[in-house]
Design a protein around this ligand. Structure first.
Ligand SMILES: Cc1cc2nc3c(=O)[nH]c(=O)nc-3n(C[C@H](O)[C@H](O)[C@H](O)COP(=O)(O)O)c2cc1C
Length: 184
């Protein structure tokens, strides 16, 4: 692919990146990161509990796969201690956050220094079928049994069979785009 620089630059953190077509390798991923920041996403907290222990992270890399049977996926960095616990427990719950749950999103993103089980001292938690923590007041919760953990370079794609779904009364969605939270 021809690299076209149109002389127009965009601010990307500390550096300027060119607008227009750029091969990702030319800027060590900065262009890809900038492009990804423009994908407006819903924010979720993915949790697990079981013999390996309690864990949870904030995630936007979440997607439904099939309706029948109901299956969903999310992607987690292999270095996260939560990944190992999710695989060992064999269960996870995708809690889709409302606009009022931004503080919890920061806690489960590790921005407040809380680790693993400590994160659950915030928020009100219950369980459905698999035993994974379900956040009270979440817009929706998808309680899943792990069907497959597929390793893709730095991440695992966790594929889950949905065993139960719960809805909150509050239907607003916490979003993340342009490196900022928003509400829809
Ligand atoms: C808005 C937002 C979305 C995130 N999405 C993901 C994601 O999809 N997958 C992932 O592995 N980490 C994601 N992270 C980072 C993890 O939340 C963070 O690395 C993790 O909670 C750190 O805790 P740990 O030490 O238990 O892994 C996201 C962070 C934020 C703020």
């Amino acid at each position: 692919m021809q690299k076209e620089l149109w002389g127009v630059m965009a601010k990307c953190g500390e550096r300027d990146i060119p607008l227009g077509v750029t091969q990702v390798r030319d800027l060590g991923g900065a262009v890809f990161r900038e492009a990804m920041s423009r994908i407006a996403a819903s924010v979720h907290i993915v949790t697990t509990d079981g013999l390996a222990g309690l864990a949870g992270i904030t995630a936007t890399a979440v997607a439904p796969i099939t309706l029948e049977p109901p299956m969903m996926l999310f992607c987690i960095n292999k270095t996260s201690p939560s990944a190992e616990r999710m695989i060992e427990n064999g269960v996870f719950c995708i809690n889709t956050l409302t606009g009022a749950q931004e503080t919890l999103a920061d806690i489960f993103a590790g921005r407040t220094g809380h680790r693993l089980g400590e994160r659950f001292t915030h928020g009100e938690w219950t369980k459905l079928v698999t035993g994974s923590p379900v956040l009270r007041g979440a817009a929706a919760a998808f309680d899943c049994r792990l069907a497959e953990a597929k390793e893709v370079t730095t991440h695992f794609i966790m594929i889950g069979a949905v065993e139960a779904v719960d809805f909150g009364k509050e239907a607003s969605s916490l979003t993340y785009a342009h490196r900022k939270y928003g509400t829809m």
